[in-house]
Design a binder for this molecule. Structure first.
Ligand SMILES: [Zn+2]
Length: 441
């Protein structure tokens, strides 16, 4: 399927004609306009000591290598957005592999470092994950979490149908504490991305700049409550048009009680790998006292609730949680402040708890009362993607709501409550690029 038929299918003929007129106002025949847009995002993030993450198809990179080399040099992270701008769902495993390999060779030839992949149209498949792992990527950012911020009743039937087409195209999943976190699929760190994106809000639903800033801030608010990551996709072609919205969102992060980590996706992936090695050991002392040893790096966020830390400083965190500012401390509590997991509980539960930062001990039903909470899940966390998302979301929710003694690792480094990454897919840089997409697919 080429760009024209794809656009008509997903946007409708009416929107497609409208799209053509916007192209001429947003792109030029030279790189200048896009360059200005890229720097607009880069400059907006500077006060937050953060970099944006841009994804670009290799053929577009090849035509504009100097511009990309210039921003990839300490100004932005650059990831791969396909060899051409096509939907991997229409490709076989081996075609996906060949195209990704070809994209890598362009990035290497142009000396642009990369760590992540985002599929055009967020069109990933299980085969894509194998391809990414096989070719040494650290992360992908394709899982589309839908935030319920649009009052659908207000939309005209035409806009509503366009909106629904986008959700289907992006294989959207619901928003909760679990889906808003990165997770491992084998070696690949999967970082969710959020929708509606700028294209849906600005072009399809035609919200004004100011209103978009309000919507993005309300998404950030929700992500903060849930302690996840907000990955905003702001295509550079709309970066100048949405400049105020972006600044509103960024300044909103400063208004929260706890800090929000504004950072690039590559840093998030690196952090998630670092955090996956963290462990907690509990050694019983006298009755109802434990020596806790945290095996982690100095960036870890070590949290405690419903316990007394005897010998080390703590600081108030979110809800009932305190942050413990030491990696070795004595705790007093009614039970050992970690989970008990039954012998017959399936192995995937153990893996899940480790990834989510919850310490546990395998124990028999008779010993269950020694631990703060007992999990018996022989059925495991499901086989299909849908089942896994449901069960993992439910289990995480259950653990987050525990009102019993608990020591565990927070999601983000250094006491941050949530994370925000500003990303943007550079689908085209010039008008020529835009029209070449028609034949390049
Ligand atoms: Zn794209």
């Amino acid at each position: 399927m080429n760009l024209v038929s794809f656009s008509i299918k997903t946007k409708g003929i009416h929107n497609f004609t409208r799209r053509l007129t916007t192209v001429f106002s947003r792109f030029g025949f030279s790189e200048r306009r896009t360059q200005r847009a890229l720097y607009t995002v880069i400059e907006s993030l500077k006060p937050y000591q953060a970099m944006p993450t841009f994804f670009i198809p290799a053929v577009v990179l090849e035509r504009h290598a100097r511009l990309l080399a210039e921003i990839a040099d300490h100004r932005a992270e650059v990831g791969i957005h396909g060899y051409v701008h096509n939907d991997y769902r229409t490709l076989s495993h081996s075609e996906q592999y060949k195209q990704t390999e070809k994209a890598i060779s362009v990035f290497e030839e142009k000396h642009i470092p990369y760590r992540g992949f985002r599929n055009p149209y967020l069109g990933w498949t299980e085969a894509s994950l194998e391809v990414f792992a096989g070719l040494g990527f650290t992360y992908d950012s394709n899982d589309a979490v839908i935030h319920d911020v649009i009052d659908l009743n207000q939309l005209s039937p035409l806009l509503l149908s366009g909106y629904e087409k986008s959700l289907e195209l992006f294989q959207a999943i619901d928003c909760n504490s679990y889906t808003l976190r990165p997770y491992f699929a084998g070696e690949i760190v999967r970082i969710p991305t959020s929708i509606p994106d700028d294209e849906m809000l600005f072009d399809r639903l035609r919200f004004p700049d100011k209103e978009i800033g309000r919507i993005w801030s309300s998404i950030m608010q929700r992500v903060y409550e849930l302690g996840g990551i907000y990955v905003l996709n702001l295509h550079p072609e709309r970066a100048i048009l949405c400049k105020h919205s972006l600044n509103d969102l960024l300044s909103f992060t400063l208004d929260q009680a706890l800090p929000i980590w504004v950072t690039s996706l590559g840093d998030v992936a690196q952090w998630w790998k670092e955090r996956s090695q963290f462990r907690l050991n509990f050694e019983p002392l006298t009755a109802n006292r434990w020596q806790v040893e945290a095996i982690c790096t100095s960036r870890s966020t070590l949290l405690a609730r419903h316990v007394a830390i005897e010998d080390q400083p703590t600081t108030k965190w979110h809800g009932a949680d305190f942050q413990v500012l030491s990696q070795r401390f004595i705790v007093s509590a009614q039970q050992c402040p970690c989970l008990g997991v039954s012998i017959q509980t399936s192995q995937d539960v153990e893996k899940f708890l480790l990834e989510q930062g919850y310490p546990f001990v395998r124990c028999s039903d008779q010993d269950a009362h020694n631990y703060t909470y007992f999990l018996d899940r022989p059925e495991g966390l499901g086989t299909t993607r849908k089942e896994q998302i449901q069960r993992k979301s439910a289990l995480l929710n259950e653990l987050e709501e525990l009102e019993t003694p608990l020591i565990y690792y927070g999601c983000w480094p250094k006491g941050y409550r949530a994370a925000l990454s500003i990303t943007g897919d550079i689908d085209s840089i010039t008008i020529q690029d835009f029209f070449r997409r028609i034949i390049e697919v």
